[in-house]
Design a protein around this ligand. Structure first.
Ligand code: C2E
Ligand code: CA
Ligand code: CA
Length: 742
């Protein structure tokens, strides 16, 4: 809606005298109006309908019709009826003012008109018209608004009616259903209760009277926990807690104290009220007496897992416990358990001579005695007949199991008195220490049975341990590993040096460095005892590093003090693990730099397996070794793959012929050694024979063209001080055969 007047109002001037018309329109135009001028009434009506006219100045006397008629016609037409009409009359016109207003005129002017007056009248009418228009528009809008509001109100009213109807229906339904529920609750055998979050009773159905002896009023506001058996309290609390958190109904069973003080087993179905709209929150329970059922169930369960005679756990229970223990052992590395299978010696004789009744009583007495020999966490079970099995929980050492066996054997040395009769008995016992290596209880029973069988075989009243040898071995390996770690930290390794002799000239050409362990109790320990374990545990790397360091130190000292021949080298054994380690070269460089040893004095003995691996890191290591002037020899050649192909790919200087071939080298069986030597020579390598013990072997090797040899014939591996002496005398005696020195 825009109430701003249009910028230029349009005035229609109607006059049959052209001069008047012209004068008036011009004046009006000068005063800022749009003007239209017509000479006849008919034209006036046409223009008023077609153009947008704001006001008409209408002459009375017109040629075709008079002004009243024109005005009447304008007012009778909806498009023009609102246009204000001001009549203009000459003095001599028969002008009827009353009629002018009757036909709808708003004002009149007398000719000759004064322009000031005309403008004033026009402005008045236009303002009036404008105000009327505004009022009209405002009224229309107001009307529309009123209509809209009325409609909205009607709709709201309708909705309200509908809602009231729904509520009434719901209320009716609710009333009906509550009445129904009350009826059901009051007449049902089950106890129905409503509890708040704390467990207090908010509603108790009358059946509580029959079930527990209380009246509903007595319990109102009390807490169910106050009625619960102390042993079942955690179960009850858990039940409530779970029910609150769950959308499902949850069942549980516990004992509640009845009014007489007797406890009643009840089974309860609990459901939380989860309805967000509900004014009540809490938990609805429905309970029934299950005392009889629970008692029967318990009896059945007890019977299924107990021996009827001694009331000890039976074989099934034991099996279950062992299965659980196996799982436990898997979760807890290092966990162990003990098992004793006990068989009474000569029980059959007791049965036969004194009767089954006495036999049974003896078994009961033994069961009682066995129970006194173990802790609460352990389990004495009857296996059947005259056999019992004891399970010992969480055992650290076999000794703990053995102790129990010894206690039992000692206890049985005293005779048992049964029904006034003195009975001597003894037992054979099979012992086992179990761990996660077992996968089921049958395996355990099988093994402990084997031990029991051996104990009986060995002549009764004794015990036998299953797998003791294996156990002892594992134990000593573990001890050895711990000692080895200790040895690494205290640097308890030394090096012995075995001379390597040139077979043609008998000149010393080098030493093989061999590790020795200076054990605090056992003295010098040979590598055969610890190298394998060191490999398995990865400890070979730190050990190898220490040996390498010592050897390089020795080389540097010799270099400084002795006159070494150009060929002289010290061979050192390098394990695959060391060689594969990508920090090996770094370690090697570090040791060479720190000790000042020269790489060309070092020969690394590796096994052929390493070369077969063909990995990038091995290739890198081989290359780096070569660059440092260090040479390689293949140790124990012939015992492994002996693949010829790889040998030619790498710059290996020496093949070492394994002692086992040198050993078997009778004159008629030289074939293998000959083949190895030929192969080496074809590949431009030399050979060192290991383990040469006899003069005969030396002669044969020399004849076969083997370059060098080591072995007891020349010298055993020597401690450092003796190796130094050997080196010095070798230099002094380059002319004399060295073998005479060893
Ligand atoms: P190997 O490399 O074959 O060393 C030769 C073995 O033969 C040495 O045993 C040596 O004492 C022995 N031997 C030498 N001459 C004779 C002989 O005429 N007759 C007999 N019967 N034996 C002889 P050892 O010192 O007990 O070393 C055993 C093995 O332990 C070595 O075999 C080697 O594989 C390994 N080993 C020794 N030291 C090291 C080391 O520092 N690092 C690594 N990774 N392994 C080493
Ligand atoms: Ca060697
Ligand atoms: Ca060897």
């Amino acid at each position: 809606m825009s109430l701003a007047p249009s910028p230029k109002p349009t005035i229609l001037v109607v006059d049959d005298i052209p001069d008047n018309l012209h004068l008036l329109t011009r004046e009006l135009t000068n005063h800022g109006y749009e003007t239209r001028g017509v000479l006849t009434g008919a034209m006036a009506l046409t223009v008023a309908q077609l153009a947008k006219i704001d006001l008409i100045l209408l002459d009375i006397m017109l040629p075709d019709m008079d002004g009243y008629e024109v005005c009447q016609a304008l007012k009778s037409h909806s498009a023009t009826q609102a246009i204000p009409v001001i009549f203009v009359s000459a003095l001599d016109d028969p002008f009827d003012k009353v009629k002018a207003f009757e036909v709808g005129g708003v004002d009149y002017l007398s000719k000759p008109v004064k322009m000031v007056e005309v403008i004033a009248r026009i402005n008045t009418q236009l303002s009036l018209r404008h105000a009327q228009q505004q009022l009209q528009q405002f009224n229309q809008e107001l009307e529309a608004l009123v209509q809209q509001r009325t409609q909205e109100l009607a709709q709201a009213n309708q909705a309200l009616h509908a809602e009231i109807q729904v509520r009434q229906n719901v209320e009716e339904d609710l009333r009906l259903s509550e009445a129904r529920y009350r009826l059901i609750a009051n007449h049902m055998g089950d106890l129905v209760c409503l509890h708040n979050h704390q467990g207090e009773f908010l509603y108790i159905s009358p059946s509580v009277q029959t079930l527990l002896g209380y009246s509903p009023e007595e319990l109102q506001g009390k807490n169910i926990q106050d009625l619960c058996h102390p042993d079942d309290l955690p179960c009850l609390q858990l039940h409530f807690q779970e029910s609150f958190q769950s959308a499902d109904s949850i069942t549980s069973a516990y004992r509640l104290r009845s009014q007489s003080g007797r406890y009643v087993w009840i089974e309860t179905l609990a459901k939380s009220i989860m309805d967000e709209d509900s004014p009540i929150t809490g938990i609805v329970t429905s309970s029934r007496d299950v005392t009889r059922r629970i008692k029967i169930e318990r009896q059945l369960r007890y019977d299924a897992l107990h021996d009827a005679l001694t009331h000890l756990p039976n074989r099934d229970w034991l099996a279950k416990r062992l299965e659980m223990e196996i799982l436990q052992c898997r979760r807890q590395p290092g966990r162990q358990f003990g098992l004793l299978m006990i068989d009474l010696d000569r029980f059959k004789a007791v049965n036969d001579s004194l009767g089954h009744l006495i036999g049974d009583k003896l078994l009961i007495a033994v069961a009682e005695l066995l129970k006194t020999t173990v802790r609460k966490v352990d389990m004495v079970s009857r296996w059947g007949g005259d056999e019992f099995v004891i399970f010992l929980d969480n055992v650290n050492h076999i000794q703990e199991v053995v102790q129990v066996a010894e206690v039992i054997n000692r206890a049985l040395e005293n005779p048992l008195e049964v029904d006034g009769k003195i009975i001597f008995t003894s037992a054979s016992i099979g012992i086992l220490i179990g761990s996660a290596t077992y996968t089921n209880s049958n395996e355990i029973f099988r093994d402990v049975d084997i031990a029991l069988y051996r104990a009986k075989e060995g002549g009764r009243n004794r015990y036998e341990i299953f797998g003791m040898e294996m156990y002892q071995k594992a134990l000593s390996l573990l001890t050895l590993e711990n000692e080895l770690r200790e040895a690494i930290s205290t640097e308890a390794f030394t090096v012995h040096y075995q001379p390597i002799i040139d077979l043609q000239s008998d000149i010393l050409v080098g030493f093989e460095a061999l590790a020795r362990w200076q054990h605090p109790q056992q003295g010098l320990v040979m590598p055969g005892v610890f190298i394998d374990l060191a490999e398995d545990t990865g400890l070979i790397k730190p050990i190898g590093k220490q040996i390498l360091y010592q050897v390089c130190q020795t080389i540097a000292e010799w270099e400084a003090q002795e006159k070494l021949s150009d060929r002289f080298k010290v061979s050192i054994n390098v394990s695959g693990q060391q060689f594969r380690d990508n920090r090996f070269i770094q370690t090697l460089d570090h040791i060479l730099a720190e000790t000042g040893a020269q790489g060309c004095r070092l020969k690394l003995e590796i096994t052929e397996r390493i070369l077969l691996e063909q990995s990038d890191s091995i290739a890198y290591t081989l290359d780096a070794i070569h660059q440092r002037g260090i040479t390689l020899s293949i140790d124990d050649f012939g015992t492994g793959y002996s693949s010829l192909r790889y040998l030619s790919q790498f710059a290996v200087e020496t093949l070492k012929i394994d002692r086992s071939f040198v050993n078997q080298m009778q004159p008629e069986r030289q074939g293998i050694v000959q083949a190895i030597i030929d192969l080496a020579h074809n590949l431009a390598m030399d050979c060192i024979a290991e383990g040469v013990e006899t003069e005969e072997q030396r002669q044969q090797l020399r004849q076969l063209g083997c370059e060098a040899a080591q072995g007891y014939l020349f010298a055993k591996p020597l401690p450092l001080d003796q190796a130094v002496l050997y080196l010095q005398s070798a230099r002094l005696n380059t002319e004399a055969p060295l073998s005479s020195l060893s």
